[in-house]
Design a protein around this ligand. Structure first.
Ligand code: GLA
Length: 393
């Protein structure tokens, strides 16, 4: 995908040249999974795969949107006078939700626009294509209509789109990772305080390989919301004796000593993941800072084990990729990322071994699962941005 073909595609659908061009990344998460709605830490990074947008303002109050990724949806048209959620509006609910949430906060726009989007993030693969589109819309609105909002305001509006507009009770990780992305840096975010810290992703001669199960995350939303409820119930039971407001406040030892209060096998497992994963994330961050890659890799593996056994959000496809990856030479660590059940995993692989790694893991995956996996090298990239047309010539 490049901006020249984006422009041509736009012309084809809108019979004019786009006035402005934008890009918004996807994200990976090095470690810190399912901690973001538990007041824990996450350690994600934006990637160079993402969503391209070509944009022209209109003089009236009409908005037209077209996605090259979902051509069956065709051209979707709506008016700024009705920004309500519509099931039939499909993917456009994400950018429309941004218009709605920002308008709720007093940042409404007076005139509409034409928007063409084309993403190279595999759809439904757990690399946050929805946060990518939300933040694309956010940066367009901020830049074109001069909205008086910070990047963090856009991130929070994106989370509201998911929570209130779409109905997925997700945390803030995806929008934060995308919206605050920086080239070659991951960001450690404490979701309890919203304090954050960038750290170079300095893996020596190792690279991050993204492994796509090519299994869409079906039923993810209901399972996701159920996991969140389970964590909240466990917290409620702990609060009978502990004065805490989130699971992220507990150390492993404090959790062990209080788990009897939860007194339910499933809830204990869910909460244990949240507590231990948060502690692991802080240790992994420190290990990376200290160039202790072996420890970092072990913590990445431990994250997967916990997501599989305690949080139960992995699956045969993800486990096959990760467990096969663990056995390959030159691999520091591997784990599923994102909401799970399908989607993507990552592996930290020594550069010289990447080609063999992809061949062997690919073959074993296809033999067991019956369809191929896909592999991409993650490039850690900047957050959403406008691309000057003049710079492209
Ligand atoms: C999804 C959600 C995030 C986060 C992850 C799991 O990506 O959108 O908020 O909870 O799952 O870590």
């Amino acid at each position: 995908m490049d901006f020249a073909s984006l422009t041509t595609e736009y012309q084809h659908h809108f019979n004019a040249s786009p006035q402005r061009l934008f890009f918004s990344p996807g994200r990976i998460n090095l470690i810190g999974e399912y901690t973001d709605f538990n007041g824990g830490h996450v350690f994600p990074a934006a990637i160079s795969l993402g969503t391209y947008g070509a944009f022209t303002p209109r003089p009236d109050r009409t908005v037209r949107m077209y996605s090259a990724n979902i051509p069956a949806a065709g051209m979707v048209t709506f008016s700024l006078d009705d920004l309500s959620y519509q099931q039939t509006a499909g993917w456009t609910n994400y950018p429309k939700g941004m218009l709605y949430e920002l308008a709720q906060q007093g940042h409404s726009i007076e005139t509409g626009f034409d928007l063409y989007v084309h993403g190279n993030l595999p759809d439904g693969a757990g690399l946050s294509s929805s946060a990518s589109i939300e933040m694309l819309m956010g940066v367009i609105l901020k830049n074109v209509y001069n909205l008086d909002v910070t990047q963090l305001d856009l991130v929070k509006a994106g989370q509201l789109v998911e929570n209130d507009y779409i109905g997925l009770n997700s945390g803030i990780m995806d929008q934060f990772a995308v919206g605050m992305g920086r080239q070659n840096q991951a960001v450690l975010l404490d979701t309890n305080t919203m304090a954050y810290q960038y750290a170079p992703v300095d893996l020596g001669d190792y690279v991050v390989v993204i492994m796509n199960t090519q299994k869409r995350r079906e039923l993810t939303d209901s399972k996701y919301n159920e996991r969140r409820q389970q964590c909240e119930e466990a917290l409620r039971r702990l609060q009978a004796k502990l004065s805490i407001t989130s699971l992220g406040e507990l150390s492993e030892q404090q959790f062990d000593e209080s788990a009897y209060l939860i007194n339910d096998e499933v809830l204990i497992k869910r909460a244990r993941h949240a507590v231990f994963e948060n502690q692991r994330t802080m240790r992994a961050f420190a290990a990376l800072q200290n160039h202790d890659l072996a420890t970092f890799g072990h913590l990445v593996n431990a994250s997967h084990v916990s997501l599989h056994y305690d949080f139960a959000v992995s699956g045969t496809e993800l486990d096959t990729l990760v467990e096969t990856a663990w056995k390959q030479p030159g691999v520091l660590g591997a784990r599923m990322i994102g909401a799970g059940f399908g989607g993507c995993a990552i592996a930290l692989v020594q550069q010289d071994h990447v080609a063999d790694f992809e061949t062997v893991v690919g073959e074993q995956y296809a033999a067991k699962i019956g369809h191929p996996a896909e592999f991409y090298l993650a490039e850690i990239a900047d957050g959403p941005r406008e691309v000057q047309k003049s710079a492209l010539i």
